[in-house]
Design a protein around this ligand. Structure first.
Ligand code: S3P
Length: 433
């Protein structure tokens, strides 16, 4: 679906106040949708992500023979294919979603037939070699186009492998586990940095068994999945924009209900605490292995300090780095980011776009191959921002705009709908002027 290009004007705010219940986590929604499509029986999901990316996952499983129905009260019902996807004559459209393309490839690698996965212009530039390697080692055949999509997969009976991910990637880990669950023998994925574990938790929720050690996860092959009923926790990476907005204003008070707090995703809360923010967590519950709770955020009266994000932290905070960099000028000693080269191969080159847009707002910023130095103590002015069609850039600069002098125009604001269509309306509902 082609969104019509839209612009949004963001005026400076005085304060952030309110209570939010956010749509379901994108990473969890993808995994539930994909596994539901392959499982035996019916899966019922509430609070499924409203983003276009997760709709791509639903579209793909529907193209592979699963029945996807949108019921009342936002319930999504998926009737799975009982372990056998129907070969699709049409290419499977993954839209803008790298998660769909990479993780679905893992499921398709073991299925009978030939499948073609395509994506939009941005997704067609993103690296796919990282999934080709392990899935071919397992016995499938993947044909790429100069390392990118379209991806052509010839599924085959697979054998389990031992695989160490060369760069931290939860998508690659999940793709290998999704293939491993259908292989002969055991598959083990070793990772140097513990990336988000929603794939492991989702597999368990759908009745698979796997074993986790300190730096590896193993799954036995030949396992069958059974459908589930689940409420998807609110997306903490969407909350990140509001959390970062709230800590900019001394009188702000923001509460999130039913927010996903999986420890492999909640690093931002530690960083905001280190910057001086006050974060309270209440009503913690576990649902299908995922932690869910209420979060309250207040800003430090003395303003935010500053920090360096590098090493494992950079990998764990990868989706939150654009917004952290965007609020960097408003901290006292700045935000320094290193070991985040992966940002260059996301939906856009996020290092280049963050630097260009911060400069457009009058900030001083230094760009590195693997990160950024954003000095603190700066005053920004309103400017025209180019989202580059990247949802997280559009939203990060809407947050930076709240503390700038004058209005900011976000070009390509429609990109927010990739993960969070409600973003701009919710921002207006909590921003006090
Ligand atoms: C995701 C993993 C990360 C992240 C992406 C979602 C996931 O990508 O940036 O938004 O759901 O597994 P990588 O696996 O490329 O690091």
């Amino acid at each position: 679906m082609q969104e019509i290009a839209t612009e949004r004007v963001i005026s400076p705010a005085r304060n952030i106040q309110g209570s939010l219940r956010l749509p379901g986590d994108k990473s969890i929604s993808h995994r539930y949708a994909l596994l539901a499509g392959l499982a035996e029986g019916v899966t019922r999901l509430t609070n499924f992500s409203t983003g276009a990316d997760c709709a791509s996952s639903l579209g793909c499983v529907s193209g592979l023979g699963a029945r996807v129905e949108h019921k009342e009260d936002g319930v999504i019902e998926i009737t799975g294919t009982g372990g056998h996807f129907r070969p699709s004559t049409e290419p499977l459209d993954c839209g803008n979603s790298g998660s769909t393309m990479r993780m679905l490839s893992g499921l398709l690698a073991a299925q009978t037939g030939r499948f073609t996965l395509v994506g939009d212009a941005s997704l067609s530039r993103r690296p796919m070699e990282r999934i080709r390697k392990p899935l071919e080692q397992m016995g499938a055949r993947l044909e790429l186009t100069e390392g990118h999509a379209p991806v052509r997969i010839d599924g085959a009976p697979l054998k389990g492998i031992d695989y160490a991910t060369p760069i931290p990637s939860a998508q690659v880990k999940t793709a290998v586990l999704f293939a491993g669950m259908q292989a002969q023998g055991t598959t083990t994925v070793h990772e140097a940095v513990r990336t988000r574990d929603h794939g492991e938790l989702a597999l368990r929720a759908f009745s698979a068994t796997l074993e986790r050690s300190r730096d590896a996860v193993s799954i036995a092959g030949g396992q069958e999945l059974r459908g589930i009923e689940a409420a998807v926790p609110g997306d903490i990476s969407s909350a990140a924009f509001f959390l970062c907005a709230a800590v900019l204003f001394p009188d702000s008070n923001l509460i999130f209900d039913a927010l996903g707090l999986n420890p492999t995703r909640a690093t931002l809360l530690d960083v905001l605490t280190a910057l001086g923010g006050h974060i309270g967590v209440l009503n913690l519950e576990e649902k299908h292995g995922e932690l869910v709770g209420t979060v309250q955020v207040n800003a430090p009266p003395q303003g935010l300090s500053g920090t360096t994000i590098s090493g494992a932290l950079a990998a764990q905070l990868i989706d939150e780095l654009p917004v952290l960099a965007a609020i960097g000028p408003y901290t006292q000693s700045g935000i320094r980011i290193r070991d985040a080269k992966e940002l260059r191969v996301k939906e856009s080159d996020r290092i280049a776009l963050v630097a260009a847009n911060l400069r457009a707002m009058g900030a001083e910023v230094e760009e590195f191959e693997d990160g950024l130095d954003v000095p603190g103590g700066q005053t920004l002015h309103g400017a025209t921002i180019d989202s580059g069609g990247d949802h997280r850039i559009a939203m990060a600069f809407a947050v930076a705009a709240l503390r700038a002098k004058g209005e900011t125009l976000i070009r390509g604001a429609e990109a927010a709908a990739i993960s969070f269509p409600e973003f701009f309306d919710l921002l207006e509902s909590v921003a006090e002027r």
